[in-house]
Design a protein around this ligand. Structure first.
Ligand code: HEC
Ligand code: HEC
Length: 388
């Protein structure tokens, strides 16, 4: 409906420019971006970070489709302006008189804003993709698990960071643009993205009521429901009793009954991925003097254990920890303690002394006190918790 009001000198009309799905997309994307930013950097929140990434990617896919089939102003074709128009717009933005009467008015995105939108959408896609590639390479999770190695994952991680910062810059420019245009053109663009309506002068009144885009409430509801269902599905592991740390459950690591029996008696049966092959070799050779204990294993058992340990040692790079332990342990060293490897020390150096003295922890090798998945050997970020 065209709603016309008389003011003292000019008439204004209120027109729905942004349909509901476009607005919902916009603010959910803002939410996902903030969440991603808050949860980055600390591996213990990686599950939240990855969630925000999936939300981000899902929203983008929706927007790509909506940019083709959506309502008038949401379509990419509507705001695909050439350079010349952008230049003209920017030039006239500050030179022209912007009285209420003579304002230039862009119903949808203005030419400069449209480029910001395309750049942000493009960077969003790249940041999501590099995120997925990092997740596949560094954590062996998600779509690219097992496809990309750790080193490549690291490279993508670097790009992921750079592009995220670049995005932040463009978002800054976008916000600045919104504020400038809102001021110069006497219109509240933020409010327009919330309510969907823009106030415009009446020269368009004659054209017709078809300026109002449809609300598309059903599609917005479907979008919202999909997001809610996806969120619940992603975090469902937290509602389960026996494994309160999903959603990161990778494939099971190779297991061995003899290993569990012989090495799980006095402490956790440390998974072979946690030390290089030469360490296990040395440990089994020196089995009669195992940290002042005599393991007293017969030859057949030693052979079995040896075979399992060598095959799945850190060099196998089955997990992130394996990869990092393998790469950070100098070849001339064969550490017998996981807790003496430089990677382990680096990972745990910030943990408070009184946590190590907590009765539930006792000693550094008691990995299970803080890693819910220590038995499985996966040492997932999301399965870490400090006993307090
Ligand atoms: C009879 C008890 C006993 C058995 C059986 C045993 N260990 Fe140990 N293990 C110990 C003790 C004691 C320590 C030292 C604990 C400490 O001081 O932190 C230790 C420490 C370790 C450590 C170093 C943990 C760290 O601090 O990083 C590794 C690795 C290890 N054992 C592997 C094995 C393997 C592999 C087997 C099976 C072949 C095995 N252990 C069987 C008693 C045992
Ligand atoms: C007192 C609690 C505690 C104990 C005991 C402990 N860890 Fe940790 N571990 C942590 C915390 C907390 C982090 C996260 C550090 C960070 O991300 O800043 C961590 C990080 C790690 C990581 C890195 C995970 C990743 O992907 O970033 C590995 C691997 C790991 N620990 C292995 C072990 C092993 C193996 C043991 C036993 C030998 C062990 N930890 C014992 C608390 C503990």
């Amino acid at each position: 409906m065209l709603n016309t009001t008389e003011t003292s000198t000019i008439e204004t009309s209120t027109i729905r420019i942004w349909d509901l799905p476009t607005r919902l997309f916009h603010w959910l994307l803002v939410f996902a971006f903030i969440l991603a930013w808050l949860s980055q950097g600390d591996d213990r929140y990686l599950d939240i970070h990855v969630f925000s990434g999936y939300l981000f990617l899902g929203l983008l896919l929706f927007r790509l489709i909506w940019g083709i089939v959506g309502s008038h102003y949401a379509r990419f074709s509507h705001f695909a302006f050439g350079w010349a128009k952008v230049w003209h717009y920017l030039k006239t933005l500050f030179t022209q008189q912007h009285s209420r009467k003579a304002r230039i008015h862009f119903f949808g995105h203005n030419p400069a804003g449209s480029w910001a939108v395309f750049l942000i959408l493009g960077l969003s896609l790249i940041v999501s993709l590099t995120g997925l590639l990092t997740l596949g390479g560094e954590e062996q999770h998600g779509l690219f698990a097992g496809v990309i190695n750790f080193a490549l994952g690291n490279t993508f991680h670097w790009w992921h960071n750079i592009i995220a910062w670049l995005m932040l810059c463009f978002i800054g420019i976008h916000i600045l643009g919104v504020l400038i245009e809102s001021r110069l053109h006497h219109e509240n663009l933020v409010k327009a993205m919330i309510t969907g309506f823009k106030v415009t002068n009446t020269s368009f009144k004659a054209t017709s009521t078809s300026f109002n885009v449809p609300r598309h409430g059903l599609i917005a509801a479907a979008l919202l429901l999909t997001v809610i269902a996806g969120t619940l599905n992603y975090f469902k592991g937290y509602f389960q009793q026996e494994q309160p740390y999903l959603p990161f459950v990778g494939p099971d690591l190779p297991d061995n009954a003899s290993w569990r029996e012989a090495c799980g008696e006095c402490h956790l049966a440390y998974h072979p991925t946690l030390l290089p092959a030469r360490s296990w070799q040395r440990m089994l050779t020196e089995q009669h003097d195992h940290f002042e204990e005599d393991l007293d294993l017969d030859e057949e058992t030693v052979t079995k254990l040896h075979h399992f340990a060598i095959k799945n040692a850190a060099e196998s790079m089955l997990t992130e920890a394996a990869w990092k332990i393998n790469h950070s342990t100098p070849l001339e060293q064969s550490p017998l303690r996981i807790t003496k490897t430089s990677y382990w020390i680096e990972q745990h150096q910030n943990i408070d002394n009184n946590i190590w003295q907590h009765p539930d922890v006792n000693f550094q090798g008691n990995c299970g006190a803080c890693h819910l998945d220590a038995e499985r050997g996966t040492f997932e970020d999301a399965a870490m918790h400090l006993p307090f």
